[in-house]
Design a protein around this ligand. Structure first.
Ligand SMILES: [Mn+2]
Length: 159
């Protein structure tokens, strides 16, 4: 995924520059990965954003409804990784258990990585409610244990 941005900017049938061997091949988009958001009526209603990464679902709890349009920024609190099978989970976690409350799938589909660093994910989401380019941005990248991120949609030409 490190070369995706380099490769998408160039037409390797027209430039003598190397296409690069790592990452995806020129003209071939990054693989489609699991994207899901579960609405979770726990003690505090929130939306769990989950993105397949490295064989698990990276997860963020979003306290307000995730944005479908550019211009709305949401706090997204990083939580523990979940197993891939969790993407299809719906049901009621019993009261008194961790996360007790109703879980329902609010949106699901796929996403592609456009650029990823430890403090940033620039992704293209193909869901039903959420579609298009989104950013996850760590608020305090220097603080390793800080779990607060921002989640927002980009206008088509950004960044
Ligand atoms: Mn949750």
């Amino acid at each position: 995924m490190g070369l995706t941005r380099y490769q998408t900017k160039r037409r390797f049938d027209r430039t003598p520059e190397p296409a690069g061997k790592k990452g995806t091949s020129a003209g071939v988009p990054a693989p489609e990965l699991i994207y899901v958001i579960q609405k979770h009526r726990a003690t505090h209603l929130h939306w769990d954003l989950r993105l397949e990464e490295g064989g698990v679902l990276k997860s963020w709890a979003v306290p307000k409804e995730p944005p479908t349009e550019a211009g709305v920024k949401r706090l997204a609190v990083e939580v523990e990784d979940h197993p891939l099978e969790y993407a299809s989970f719906e049901g009621t976690i019993p009261a008194g258990e961790y996360g007790g409350g109703k879980v329902e799938i609010w949106d699901r589909g796929t996403y592609r990585v456009l650029e990823a660093t430890p403090a940033k994910r620039w992704i293209e989401i193909t869901g039903t409610r959420l579609r298009g380019p989104y950013i996850l941005l760590k608020l305090k990248p220097a603080e390793k244990d800080d779990r607060n991120w921002l989640f927002f949609k980009l206008k088509p030409k950004e960044p």
